[in-house]
Design a protein around this ligand. Structure first.
Ligand code: SF4
Length: 382
């Protein structure tokens, strides 16, 4: 089974830390939507031809991300689902996620969203504290965050995930625990939590360099990561990927397809697609995207992954998950010699308590997860 990601490149306000592709002007919204509908048509056979003549390809998940997809009106969202349903099969049994900002999720809008195929909301809360939201220049208030969650639950959304950010200089450990406790008390099924990172050339990067914003401390992030792991484990959440926690059975099916090498189709500017050993992406430029699609030309850039690139990607993603890196899969994909080499290379991490081997899988310990990226890059092909 496969998934579709749709990138909606509009936001109401620019968060200071953000390096995604988006625009705060909505003047291209109409042109973008028309192009997106056309792109669905142009790329509908990305996963291959359906087995039955006239049949449709079955999707496991659809994920509307961005940007801020909740900026779209109900009719606009329905036009996307209508076009998708002309070529693909998906229903309430599949995972249909909308990323949403709390300020968009009024009671009325949530009620209308319940009438669409969307059955999972990913709410960008980030923090329930005002000082953090201001530091990050988030558009919503703590009150809107609470109302959005309460109303979504009241209206019967049974599958909610929320985004939280830790390591913000305005947030002490006690406040971080409060954020986590609130999330737990709401009974939220899935949590994605990221350390605040300062990407080059973002507004936050400039403000910190000019001394206009407090810098982000790695030590604080590491400490708050540990607090989170302990607290969420104590409340039954499974830490199934470094930044993701879920109550039993509530893993994100869409994200799992990224991490397990399943094919996915990315639509919209900056969206990436993957199948077999091919990766492709639309450039992160909404104007060019619209112009190109209007001429019937896909603005895609494509790359064939080498065995070394596929190996590195597999290591990087699998080590981030609680299932770890499957040694049999390494043997199957890259040969017995590579498997032996990997086992030899990882011995020191096992001795240091950063990794363990179980049932032919190399898995990072909680301590090891703090260094996941570094460990994976040490083990890379080259
Ligand atoms: S809402 Fe999301 S995509 Fe938009 S600016 Fe903020 S972080 Fe970036």
């Amino acid at each position: 089974m496969a998934g579709i990601y749709i990138h909606i490149p509009f936001c109401r306000q620019a968060c200071h830390y953000c390096s995604f592709h988006f625009s705060v002007s909505q003047r291209h919204k109409e042109g973008f939507l028309a192009s997106l509908l056309r792109e669905i048509e142009l790329r509908h056979d990305f996963f291959g031809k359906p087995k039955m003549p006239g049949g449709k390809f079955r999707l496991d998940s659809v994920y509307l991300g961005g940007g801020t997809p909740s900026i779209l009106g109900i009719e606009e969202l329905n036009s996307i689902f209508k076009r998708l349903s002309e070529y693909f099969n998906f229903d309430q049994g599949n995972e249909i996620t909308l990323e949403a900002n709390p300020d968009d999720l009024t009671y009325e809008k949530l009620g209308a969203l319940r009438q669409t195929p969307i059955n999972r909301l990913s709410i960008g809360i980030q923090s329930f504290h005002e000082a953090d939201l201001k530091y990050m220049n988030r558009v919503h208030t703590p009150g809107q965050a609470v109302n959005a969650v309460e109303n979504a639950l009241k209206l019967g959304f049974e599958n909610l995930t929320i985004d939280l950010i830790y390591g913000t200089p305005t947030m002490n450990d006690a406040q971080w625990k409060e954020n986590l406790q609130r999330t737990i008390d709401f009974g939220i099924q899935h949590i994605s939590a990221y350390a605040l990172t300062v990407e080059p050339k973002t507004a936050l990067d400039v403000f910190i360099r000019r001394g206009q914003a407090r810098p982000v401390e790695e030590e604080q992030s590491a400490r708050q990561f540990e607090i989170m792991v302990e607290m969420l484990a104590g409340h039954g959440y499974e830490h199934y990927e470094i930044s993701n926690f879920a109550l039993p059975g509530k893993f994100s099916r869409h994200n799992l397809s990224y991490w397990t090498g399943k094919p996915y189709l990315g639509l919209g500017p900056s969206a990436h697609s993957f199948r077999g050993s091919e990766r492709s992406w639309n450039p992160p430029n909404t104007t060019k995207y619209i112009q190109s699609i209007q001429k019937g030309i896909l603005p895609l850039e494509t790359e064939q992954l080498t065995p070394a690139q596929r190996y590195d990607e597999y290591l990087m993603t699998s080590l981030r998950t609680m299932w770890g890196c499957n040694l049999d899969k390494v043997k199957e994909g890259w040969g017995e010699k590579k498997r032996e080499e990997l086992e030899k290379q990882t011995r020191r991490y096992i001795e240091q308590g950063l990794m363990f081997e179980s049932d032919c899988h190399l898995i990072l310990t909680e301590k090891g997860r703090l260094f996941a990226d570094r460990i994976a890059s040490d083990l890379f092909w080259v």
